[in-house]
Design a protein around this ligand. Sequence first.
Ligand code: ADP
Ligand code: MG
Length: 287
Amino acid sequence: MALIRLKNVQYIYLEKTPLEREAIKDISLDIREGESIGIIGKTGSGKSTLIQLISGLLYPTQGEIFIKDRDIRKWNSKELCKIIGIVFQYPEHQFFAETVFEEVAFGPRNIGISDEKLENCVREALITVGLPYEEIKDRSPFNLSGGEKRRLAIASILAMNPEVLILDEPTANIDPKGKIEIMNYINRWVQSKNKTLILVSHDLDEIIKTVKRVIVLKEGKIIFDGLIEKLFLNYEKVEEAELELPEILKLRKVLEDKGYPLEGAFTLHEIVERIVAFKEHISIWKS
Ligand code: ADP
Ligand code: MG
């Protein structure tokens, strides 16, 4: 059984107005429990629209979406929140509570967690993203640093313990060290709890380190859906999607152009091994 299934989904913003815009065009896909999936594509390709459809925040203008074999329109929103948690792009723009504690507690309370369990739940969520509970719980969310705000926003979704975690550009506008930290916290949570992850990003370096399967969007359509290694065997696809090649592949391309046989090498380690093997092969052949 697919956890999430999209069948010929279309989404048109402002349908039947002069401003109508078809953001998602005939997308079908299955997502299984425990998968980690990247959704990539340049700005405007439909990434945010697609994940809002998957989360039930928008309903398709055509086609169907099933969550656990049940039409998404038939789920009530509280039940759906227990299955799918979505962290929006720049989530800190939506803070509203006076304290960090209240910010995190809002979601779990809303889905009916008991008062006895609430404090533990908030504590655990904050610790999961590296925020010290006692020191931070009474502070105002608005006075935290940029990286802390982002982690708090992620904690407030983790606190609901969803089966599927969807993140829309979770490290946008965060410094490089902060980016790595945030992705580490997310990965640890996903792996230790066997969750399903859907990560939207235009940063291929980040995607490459996090997911196995990748979906590439262009103008509202899927132009690639498969293993990330397969995508990167194929520079043309990456170019077609108008994405920046990951640093590692830029390096591989330069070396391939110089004649090293590196097809399929995917990590720095593999590239080095291939070059060493190639040089040894050449020297044996020469001698
Ligand atoms: P991405 O997240 O990949 O940048 P979006 O899903 O935000 O892409 O947008 C896909 C398309 O839908 C774009 O052309 C965008 O301008 C349009 N769009 C997004 N949100 C709205 C909206 N609220 N009203 C009208 N058009 C929208
Ligand atoms: Mg977006």
